[in-house]
Write a protein that binds this ligand. Sequence first.
Ligand code: F6P
Length: 361
Amino acid sequence: MKLKRIGILTGGGDCPGLNAVIRSIAKPAMSYYNATVIGILDGYEGLVEGRHRELTPSDVLGIINQGGTILGTSNKGDPFHFPMGERNNIRIVDASQQVVDHYRNLKLDALVTIGGDGTQIIAHKLAEMGLNVMGVPKTIDNDLEATEVTFGHDSARAVATEAIDRLQTTASAHHRVMVMETMGRYAGWIALGSGLAGGADIILIPEIPFSWDAIFEAVLKRSKGAKFSIVCVAEGAKPSGGEVSVREFDKKRTDPVRLGGIGELVAKRIEDETGLETRVTVLGHVQRGGSPTPFDRILATRFGTVALQAMSNGEFDVMTSLRQNTVITVPLIDAIGRQRLIPPDSQLIFAAKAVGTCLGD
Ligand code: F6P
């Protein structure tokens, strides 16, 4: 297929590696296919509102190591659930026809949608409306079922691991309990990965609802030996029989739930119940910022180059995916709406328990 004009957008929360994908599509598209690459600004929001700019070779020079996205992104621009109006007077409308109109006006042959599950669900709906879409999966959460790993995750896990290393020295100096809350939504990949790598004593993940008593027992035991404890808790973790901690509901988003607060709750309960001095660190968006790791740069580049090759073969309504260390494409319909959680028989869980980590069960 002749690819003359390619649109690219980055949707949802940013993560390290987005610029590496943009570069790996734009560079060969411009140099080998002589194509025009249109950067859509601020995700689907820009496509609804008609905000875009043509990328030049210099736009994609030296960006493989840059975090964020040169195109901007938004998690409030779902064209099928589009917020219009001001602060206290928000109406949700279907603006999908505007997207189709802008795609046609821009004379795009294809649209690359770099984003997580929400972005790819929208991409598939747009494919059903006749657009040639190509999905590229990203998220620090690593919770997309159709790919063994998403880029961005390794970088976030590295940040969280370094944070545990730093917390450990101060925890040890003051004989304290340090609770660290990671992101990850309903999946515990960041918490379990960084907790394992950083040697956390207790790791709480959404996949294993925890018992308060198991936590109290573990920190009390540690207080008699090592005299400090590191508790790594995923934002989606919850006590057995309890609910997740919600920070905010934002109706402008397709998924209005913003998780957060479990770290503070765990720290407070530990201090109240055991009398051990406890501090809490909420890592937050630090996990999404900064330079991608080499793993993420390489995976992002592989995803981008395979996406371009597949588009040139006329393959659309698909998403790139890593399977057994090979990047392939899978139909979007098979990839979306399925969360990849940590399975109970995961070797990560086995390894954590084998080295004496308390998982709260
Ligand atoms: O999906 C990525 C993620 O960073 C989650 O881990 C987190 O729950 C959420 O996005 C935070 O979203 P926001 O940037 O809107 O606060």
